[in-house]
Design a protein around this ligand. Structure first.
Ligand code: GDP
Ligand code: MG
Length: 452
């Protein structure tokens, strides 16, 4: 095993920058750069030293060195952290020094990969560290933390053990019993598999909300020109991002910004008003609006409640009809809004009265935006599957268990039933990395940042 080195903190100027060395030569490399042959600090106790340059008597920095001897380190092998001053020049020089002494630049996630191969954590925990670093909202960070603490692997334990139990029973029936499995025992196993399948199904179904924590919900504001889409967009973002004027057709291009609603990342898009236009730029904008509509998870159709509906409004409504959408009736602050209220149709998708000028109804609108995605289960309550890889493997495992269950019901032979159970167990093992091939691992770790 070679010794790897990487900057553990972001590139750029900062108060401190931490360089990490991991591998068998970490301590000897540290000795060379501080120029002390017997340098061996107490485990986990930072000590202050000068880092010696290659030229005689040159000093690169004064730094804190911390030694974490294996196996009680993050990677499970000898690890040294060097906290330098956060100058990109100094950090570069110190890293070059370690490279000259035989260290090799670490690849993405290589520190964590070593931790994994040294049994310091399982794959879901390693992925959770990546997700924690990448989390965009508090709720996403919280989910990653729960997974890092081992919650996913512990939730998988029950179905895994039940599967092993049924496999053992079926295998031993194959080995030792001449006759078929007694009917009673068969029914026991059927019952046990029913539970496994439902455990896996329940866990997998949390992905519906869980993936939103990672990917965000794409919410797109649409409607005819001048109904107040850009005003509403700005109000939801709480800053004047889009240009607002009384001139119809002001917004030419789609604009997307991120915001967090109740811990769920939202990608909010403002669009050019839907109308037929002879203006070339505007018609390209309308084309982009259609594109954004097709990609959205939710459309907010804005109407101007201070005026009668126009043909363009009806057309916007009908274009949104087949997608998930809500209707925001804007300009509730205008006097005519109330007089027109009685004649307004009711919308199947539900509508909210708002004013982008006064902020009236905005809380209701925010709740209505989230409603389809958090129905029943608050994102902060239960444990959620947030990773498509985990979701996919859970579904595959469940399908295998399901088909074994059906075979068993139909009185198929133990051999046939066992195939699906072994497959199911293998898929679950791939979630935690117990049965992952090197190829899968390197694919996953390519998504990590260097120095982690
Ligand atoms: N009174 C009132 N005027 C609004 C409201 N929302 C937007 N407007 C005005 O309507 C016009 C068009 O707004 P804008 O946001 O550019 O509409 P868009 O074309 O749909 O993006 C501007 O003059 C806004 O000031 C509202 O809630 N109340
Ligand atoms: Mg606009």
């Amino acid at each position: 095993m070679d010794t790897i080195v990487a900057l553990g903190t972001p590139a750029g100027r900062s108060a401190i920058g931490v360089i990490r060395l991991s591998g068998p030569d970490s301590l000897s490399i540290a000795r060379s750069i501080v120029g002390e042959n017997y340098f061996k600090p107490e485990p986990s106790q930072p000590v202050l030293r000068s880092i010696k340059g290659t030229a005689s008597n040159s000093i690169l920095d004064r730094a804190l060195l911390t030694f974490f001897p294996g196996p009680n380190s993050y990677t499970g092998e000898d690890l040294v952290e060097i906290s330098c001053h956060g100058s990109p020049i100094v950090l570069r020089q110190v890293i070059d020094l370690t490279l000259g002494l035989g260290a090799r630049p670490a690849g993405p996630g290589e520190f964590t990969l070593r931790a994994l191969s040294n049994g310091k954590m399982n794959l879901t925990q390693a992925e959770a560290i990546r997700d924690l670093i990448n989390a965009q909202t508090e709720a996403a960070a919280q989910q990653a933390l729960r997974q890092m603490m081992g919650e996913l692997s512990s939730r998988l334990r029950r179905p895994q053990q039940a599967l092993i139990h049924t496999i053992v029973q079926l295998e031993s029936a194959l080995e030792f019993v001449e006759d078929d499995l007694p009917e009673l025992k068969r029914q026991d196993i059927v019952g046990e598999l029913t539970e496994v399948a439902s455990d896996l199904h329940n866990l997998a179904s949390t992905f519906e909300v869980g993936h939103l924590l990672r990917d965000g919900v794409r919410v797109t504001i649409v409607g005819r020109p001048n109904v107040g889409k850009s005003s509403l967009f700005n109000k939801l973002l709480a800053f004047e991002r889009a240009i607002v004027t009384e001139v119809p057709g002001t917004t030419r291009d789609t604009l997307t910004e991120r915001l967090g609603l109740d811990g769920i990342p939202i990608l909010l898009t403002d669009t050019a008003g839907l109308r037929e236009s002879s203006d070339r730029i505007e018609s390209i904008g309308v084309e982009r609006t259609r594109q954004a509509m097709a990609e959205a998870d939710l459309l907010v159709v804005v109407l101007d409640g201070s005026e009668d509906l126009r043909a363009e409004d009806l057309s916007a409504l009908s274009q949104a009809k087949s997608a998930r959408h809500i209707v925001a009736i804007n300009k509730s602050d205008v006097a005519s809004f109330d007089t027109l209220e009685k004649s307004r149709p009711s919308y199947e998708a539900g509508s909210v009265n708002v004013s982008a000028v006064t902020g009236f109804g905005l809380e209701t609108l925010r709740a209505a935006i989230l409603e389809p995605f958090v129905a029943g289960d608050s994102p902060n309550a239960g444990f959620l599957i947030t990773d498509a890889r985990h979701y996919d493997l859970l579904l595959r495992a469940r399908n295998e268990v399901q088909s074994s269950w059906e075979l068993l019901q139909r009185g198929a032979s133990e051999e046939l039933v066992l195939i699906g159970l072994h497959n199911g167990l293998r898929f679950l093992g791939q979630i935690t990395g117990e049965t992952s091939t090197d190829e899968i691992l390197s694919e996953i770790f390519a998504t990590f940042c260097i120095g982690k």
